[in-house]
Design a protein around this ligand. Structure first.
Ligand SMILES: *Cc1c(COP(=O)(O)O)cnc(C)c1O
Length: 384
């Protein structure tokens, strides 16, 4: 955690900024490797969670592949040294330019979400004189029991292909020469804490994989996506997610054919806990019934509370021990620019340093410059 030496480094940088604890990141990566290697599973890192170079370098060094959701992410993954045969590309709206980028990089798999998309990939692959490896993203209709905005695997979500369309898809696939079906792909949502969701998913996958086998498709891999949650309430007590239980849930319930690979796409669980948004108290303002702690960071740096009502633990790193109740807010001209309401925190004053924890995932990558604010920077332990 944050000790005296680290604190003096943290206070030497201009706020607000993201601090990424490299030691915790390495520990988390090691745990993922240990637990996934037990079963020979392949792990892709979902880049959209965090693309700070210093963070990505640690993940590349661990040998993980990448899961990308845009052409720029594909190019970035490639430029950071992730082998092309370990890059997956998902997304409901891939443009021609993005598809061409990925075809030229020569990626592991296009995770496809509709027949029209598969047809476009086939045409562009023909034009390039290649055969594109595709996996179809299937909507398994599994409820991840998480926030509605991060639920992606229910039958009325925009993602994936539904099982009642399999016959049509299968027919179409057989008629296209420049694509090859290599796998099936799933991703049911994010911040999933209930391991029975992964059991349910495994059981659905077994049925779906059996259908493909019966219809003479040989699936080289099954990709179960990401979604493992982290403990936002207790980042100190639970800094590393339950990777052991997670991989075991699949191992215990999924049926793989001889030689068939199982792939994962982990984002949040890799990087969330190593990141802290470091900010400064600008003003403490006494309202009628509320005391506002106004920070120099807001929804432009970390939008999750405003977007999903997400909880992030907050610490005042430089203050005395007596506690008071605060609404912790940002400076942006929006009423939703609030990090926490009615929280007990050390009595604070202008200039105190505040850390907003568990913000390494979907923090910096979702930042904006709304209100013409400066785009937030990030530093790993070594970069401080
Ligand atoms: C976002 C995303 C992931 C990563 O999800 P996490 O919940 O961060 O682990 C994996 N796969 C796909 C297709 C995604 O869109």
């Amino acid at each position: 955690m944050i000790n005296r030496e680290l604190l003096s480094k943290l206070t030497s940088k201009a706020t607000p900024y993201y601090f990424y604890d490299t030691e915790l990141l390495r520990k988390t990566i090691q745990e993922i490797k240990t637990e996934s290697n037990k079963y020979g599973y392949q792990v892709h890192y979902a880049l959209k969670a965090n693309t700070h170079d210093g963070v990505v370098k640690e993940i590349v060094a661990a040998g993980f592949g990448a899961d990308c959701v845009s052409g720029n992410e594909v190019s970035y993954a490639h430029s950071m040294g992730i082998p092309s045969e370990r890059i997956a590309f998902a997304g409901v709206g891939k443009t021609d330019h993005e598809i061409l980028t990925a075809l030229r990089v020569g990626i592991f798999s296009f995770n496809c979400e509709s027949i029209p998309e598969i047809e476009v990939i086939n045409d562009l692959a023909a034009q390039e004189g290649v055969v594109a490896p595709i996996a179809i993203r299937i909507n398994p209709d599994v409820d991840p029991k998480t926030h509605e905005y991060i639920t992606t695997g229910l039958k009325d979500n925009k993602f994936g292909i539904n099982h009642w369309d399999f016959d049509v898809v299968a027919e179409r696939l057989k008629s296209l020469d420049n694509i090859e079906l290599t796998g099936i792909h799933f991703h049911v949502g994010s911040q999933i804490m209930d391991m029975t969701v992964f059991e349910q998913l495994s059981l659905k996958i077994n049925k779906i994989a059996a259908w493909f086998k019966e219809n003479d498709f040989h699936l080289h891999h099954i990709n179960v996506g990401g979604g493992l949650g982290i403990n936002y309430e207790a980042p100190v007590e639970a800094p590393v997610a339950d990777f052991k239980g997670y991989f075991k849930a699949f191992h215990d319930h999924i049926h793989l054919e001889e030689g068939q690979e199982l792939h994962f796409e982990l984002g949040r669980s890799v990087v969330a806990q190593c990141g802290h948004l470091i900010s400064k108290v600008l003003y403490v303002k006494q309202g009628l019934e509320t005391q506002f702690m106004i920070l120099d960071a807001g929804m432009t740096e970390l939008i999750r509370p405003a977007l999903y009502g997400a909880h992030h633990d907050i610490s005042v790193l430089t203050s005395d021990l007596s506690r008071e109740k605060y609404d912790v807010v940002g400076p942006v001209c929006e009423s939703s620019d609030v990090f926490a309401k009615g929280v007990m925190l050390p009595k604070s004053k202008r200039g105190d340093i505040v850390a907003i924890h568990s913000s390494g995932a979907y923090g910096q990558t979702m930042a904006s410059s709304y209100n013409m604010r400066d785009l937030v920077k990030g530093y790993t332990t070594e970069e401080l």
